[in-house]
Design a protein around this ligand. Structure first.
Ligand code: BDP
Length: 699
């Protein structure tokens, strides 16, 4: 056995003896479970996996071999040796092909003959490609697809597929519902937590290649030497899995930790400070990715504090990073109390700057123009800045969709956004054609199951898979994840994927149906609070968004109202200007309508709205009974948690429904139509509920 092979074996044995086996069914293993395949399929796979042949010694290539050995060893129920030269019929080869047409990260999987022997070849032009190819091969076995004959080629649709952690330096995770931050700052830099390697493996398995470690509401301390040393350890642990580290930079850092009197981006001393800071970062972390910046948004400092533009600020950082190949992700999430309609602000501030950002700046835009609501139309900046690189930012952590206890598979939401037609810059364009980066606000933390609930793991998985291939179908991803996470039995897969595919629609129905938005409790966003009208800024109040009164409900965003609609391409403007051609999911987002208005169903708006709430609750009840049919097919520990969380969800869906119905009744002064159940309590009961310790609050 070569030294390389021996090292691998030790590494893998160590892995298997550790986390995985100790607590098998607590969800720790995510979708990388690698339990033995049933017979006779196992024997068939075995015939194609007698050895793993790995020649490249780079640390990323080594990860590919390690993972193959670990995965196949588990799936096939027997160790698979790693060798440098094949000596059996049916080996798996990891092979670098310099002139490969797979790009910097793609791979090919082929069955063929090598040296007269049958082999499955994972080939790529880069070690990262080999890593992704290895995971693809494992996924095929995990989902019981054939390995023979194989002839496929994959390359990612977007170059940067990144998580954004909103983790504070005290390990509190803003909008986190899965425990503390994974970064054990007090014990860093010397403590190399093995869990970080499992985090990296999970990301690599779905193609995520970058991570921003700290909150966009950033603390400048992360850029001090002691903390850069901590970041370095994490970067060292993530690098073998193809993941580069980025940091959220606080714009005023030159003042706070640099002792300068200003952070003005045009000030030479400030520019020098950032250049030096970048140089320092790259000494510690040679493949450092760059900075993510939230500037002049929700009280964060930024270039506008000095009368400069977002482009001035972003370009200053870009200049400091450019010599090292670093990038700036500059967020477009801005809104001002003065705006007549908050959703117009991002476009208004950023669109005129198109073409003025440096080549290594990417403007990061949330999926919708408001703020990660259960449903929003796509952000009008997509397609409207053809001279600027754009990132699509989505939120994995379910700040506005019931935290970790509500089952809401977000694949369909992201598919909906990615597939939305922008008609810009070209007639046939969709959102997915206008982005070069996908960023997801992470939902992982120190909970044993990583994401707070077993089903929220699917959102991490789906984000990676969609970022890799933005035209994938959310249903196909759900199918894949279910097989890898819960098992391949067809009945089970059908039941679970059905639950997943209906889940996000259910949340929309019981929280914010027909295009309503931002009706959640103040600050923590837990539960309904559509009545809130007394917050300091108008655009923080739910009443600002729903505008319900005796005359009707909804926000007129057509030309007769705020004309936010005017920010979209003409075909969209025309379609959404008329109530009759506005798709119902976006109705009250764009229109203020009378309660008696007739809907397509023939019912009045009032009746339709009430129907949506009931439909939402019914869906949750249906998910609960579907889950109950799986009792004997799912391990006890995971079954019980999901069952309990679905009970919570049903309770909270009823609460949302009842509180909302009571509120709309009060606003409209309408009786409930016959047959509609009255809320369990009077409106005042819901209004008095308080949640001082709701998780994840900003602080
Ligand atoms: C809002 C969150 C807040 C974030 C903000 C952002 O409530 O905690 O800081 O988004 O994206 O939805 O910056």
């Amino acid at each position: 056995m070569t030294r390389f092979a021996l090292a691998l074996l030790i590494l893998v044995t160590g892995f298997l003896g550790g986390e995985g086996r100790a607590s098998a069914e607590d969800g720790y293993r995510l979708w990388l479970r690698y339990d033995p395949v049933e017979q006779p399929a196992r024997d068939q796979y075995r015939r194609l996996a007698c050895q793993i042949v790995a020649t490249s010694g780079s640390e990323i290539a080594r990860s590919a071999a390690v993972e193959l050995q670990r995965g196949l060893g588990g799936l096939l129920g027997a160790p698979v040796p790693v060798v440098e030269r094949t000596s059996c019929d049916g080996a798996i080869l990891l092979r670098r092909e310099p002139a490969s047409d797979t790009g910097p990260e793609g791979y090919k999987l082929r069955s063929g003959t090598v040296d007269g022997r049958r082999a499955t070849v994972i080939s790529a032009g880069s070690d990262r490609g080999l890593l992704y190819g290895a995971f693809a091969l494992l996924r095929r076995v995990q989902t019981r697809q054939s390995l023979e004959p194989l002839n496929l080629r994959e390359r990612p649709g977007v170059a940067l597929r990144m998580l954004n952690h909103w983790d504070n330096l005290d390990r509190h995770v803003e909008r986190g519902y899965a425990g503390q931050s994974l970064w054990d700052w007090p014990r860093l830099p010397l403590w190399r937590d093995p869990r970080i390697v499992d985090y990296a493996r999970a990301n690599a398995s779905v193609g995520i290649n970058a991570t921003v470690l700290n909150n966009v509401n950033s603390n400048a301390t992360i850029l001090t030497p002691d903390w850069i040393a901590k970041v370095r350890t994490l970067a060292d642990q993530l690098r073998p899995w193809g993941i580069r580290v980025f940091l959220s930079a606080r714009f005023s850092a030159p003042v706070e930790i640099g002792g300068l009197p200003t952070a003005d981006p045009l000030d030479p001393a400030v520019r020098r400070w950032w250049r030096n800071k970048s140089d320092e970062l790259y000494v510690a972390i040679p493949d450092f990715g760059g900075f993510l910046v939230k500037a002049n948004s929700e009280g964060q400092p930024g270039p506008q504090d000095y009368g400069r533009s977002h482009a001035d600020g972003a370009n200053m950082l870009a200049e400091a990073l450019a010599p090292h190949g670093g990038q700036v992700l500059w967020r477009a999430f801005v809104y001002a109390p003065s705006a007549d309609d908050r959703v117009k602000q991002g476009y208004a501030e950023f669109q005129p700057l198109d073409g003025r950002f440096a080549a290594n700046v990417i403007v990061q835009v949330k999926n919708g123009p408001l703020d990660f609501q259960p449903r929003e139309p796509f952000h009008p900046l997509f397609g409207a800045m053809p001279g600027t690189q754009l990132a699509l930012e989505v939120q994995l952590t379910k700040e506005y969709l019931g935290f970790a206890t509500h089952l809401a598979y977000l694949g369909p939401m992201w598919e909906e956004v990615l597939q939305s037609r922008t008609y810009r810059p070209r007639q046939g364009s969709r959102v997915r054609d206008t982005v070069t980066v996908m960023a997801g606000v992470a939902n992982s933390g120190t909970d044993r199951n990583w994401t707070g609930s077993h089903f929220d793991q699917a959102n991490w998985f789906a984000f990676g898979r969609l970022a890799w291939k933005p035209d994938s179908s959310a249903a196909a991803i759900a199918d894949e994840w279910t097989k890898m996470t819960w098992g391949n039995e067809p009945g089970k897969v059908a039941t679970i994927t059905r639950m997943m595919m209906q889940s996000r629609g259910a949340v929309v129905d019981y929280m914010t149906p027909l295009g309503l938005a931002h009706l959640m409790g103040s600050g923590h966003h837990h539960g309904p609070a559509p009545w809130v009208a007394d917050l300091e800024r108008a655009d923080w109040n739910p009443v600002y968004y729903h505008r319900a009164g005796r005359d009707g409900i909804g926000f007129d965003r057509t030309a007769s109202g705020s004309n936010a609609l005017g920010q979209y391409a003409p075909p969209i403007q025309r379609r959404f200007a008329q109530v009759s051609t506005t798709p119902e999911p976006y109705l009250l987002w764009f229109h203020h309508l009378a309660w008696d208005r007739r809907m397509r169903s023939g019912r009045t708006l009032w009746e339709e709205l009430l129907g949506r709430y009931d439909r939402g609750v019914e869906s949750v009840i249906a998910m609960r009974s579907s889950w109950a049919t799986l009792r004997s097919e799912i391990d006890e520990e995971r079954y019980a948690q999901v069952a309990a969380f679905l009970a919570v969800q049903e309770d909270e869906a009823r609460w949302w429904r009842d509180a909302s119905v009571a509120n709309w009744q009060d606003a409209s002064r309408r009786p409930l139509p016959r047959g509609v159940r009255a809320p369990a309590h009077p409106l005042s009961y819901y209004q008095k509920l308080r949640f001082p310790f709701a998780p994840g609050q900003a602080r």
